[in-house]
Design a protein around this ligand. Sequence first.
Ligand code: NAP
Ligand code: MG
Length: 496
Amino acid sequence: MSTLAATQISLPNGKTYAQPTGLFINNEFVAGSDAKIDTIDPYTGKVICAMEAASAADIDVAVAAAEKAKRGWRDTLPAQRAALLNKMADLIERDADIIAAIDSTDNGKAFTMARHVDLVGAISCFRFYAGYADKIHGQTMELGRDMHGYTKREPYGVCGQIIPWNFPFLMWAWKVAPALATGNVIVLKSAEQTPLSCAYGASLIKEAGFPPGVANFVTGLGKTTGVAIATHMKIRKVAFTGSTLVGRQIMKMAAESNLKKVSLELGGKSPHIIFADADFDKAVETVANGIYFNQGQVCVAGSRAFVEAPIYDKFLEALKARTAQVKSGNPFDPTTYHGPQVSAIQCERINALIEGGVKAGAKVVAGGGKHELGGLFISPTVFSDVTGTSPLQNEIFGPVLVISPFKTIEEVVAIANDTEYGLASGLHTSSIDTALRMADELEAGTVWINHYGGASPQLPFGGYKQSGIGRENGDAVIGEYTQIKTVSIARNNNKK
Ligand code: NAP
Ligand code: MG
């Protein structure tokens, strides 16, 4: 395979950079054998560039490269793996403005958000797992004088990773850093809507000095490239972030191929609960950010708000006023908070759910879908009076909040937990008793108290129920990328 040259791209902020467009296999950018994929700027609707796409045969080549690199990487001194991951963090920090601009153009998210949330998170993720690389250890077991036992945590080998489009580079970092820190080798597929920062990150992997084959990155369609990864007989673990629907298929494909280990980070319909004794203004602000951040395209979006009855009417008014202040516009305008949705398909999906909700009798408190800027913009929207069977009870993955009042703590616990999802939850109260009781009662992988959203490399992240299997971040992810080997030795205690 011959190496493909990068394409010069002029970003909307006037900066020019070299964008790799090939599949990154064995530390080279190469052509793919599937049809190329045009990636689109959702703000302008224009094609940014065409990316090479991987067929199942290309995935075989990437897996073979990873297989070849597997033992060498596993046996690399942990401190050396740490040094390379720290080098990656340095390079990402150096290029943070470029990578944030790439994600902003490819996804439509506001540049300031990309720079201060996605990129800051990606850098700290690489630093955190650089620190972990030489702190992975097993246990010793007391078995008496005649036996000695210990455990080791070993990598799975070749890991397949499939990421979504909502936080392209941050999700890339969350997958790449812990997998490499633990001595695994990877084949990662970006989402077809946002492939650019993944390929750019690949160029930094090469610059940092990772050995060829350790980290391989491809663009491709879910139904071809994604399926090739999930069904591959030499891939021993697959890590997926995306919809519950596809997560279920990944698990099935893993089961029907080689029973590869599966970790899934899926959807949600997370409750955000406001008690009457909460800091009112802060709660209004947090509920707004909890749903409108990233155009609502967040797996942990606080999309169901429950407000205690005595303050409900006042809260609706305040939220309506706050919603009207959300600043929409060009993602590169530093005052913009709200950009376009990622794609026409997502826009149509959200609008259909909004229309279905209105037909089912929901009341529009604010917004209502149509946006004065047209294009792929959707107005930040609040609905009340949403019935149990309304289409608005689905995960919308857009800037659409459903709000309702509650009277008692028992009632709100029951409705908050009345969902097949369990990714996150949030609550606001000034009572420590209420806060701790709710933290116990809510069926969700994360409970945010007096704030909402945000992730940190230190905090494990993942879902209860159909929101996922396994955890990312923290030390929890170390277990997802290592398997325990038990070693047991018979001692002869110097008997001849
Ligand atoms: P999706 O279909 O679940 O896509 C996520 C990733 O899985 C993408 O890389 C996708 O590839 C890949 N994929 C799709 N079908 C696959 C298959 N059969 N086998 C293997 N991989 C496959 O999500 P989406 O269509 O982009 O968005 C739909 C809904 O998913 C959203 O409305 C939202 O509810 C949810 N979602 C959740 C998250 C999250 O963070 N939990 C993120 C994104 C979306 P391609 O896209 O390249 O085809
Ligand atoms: Mg795009």
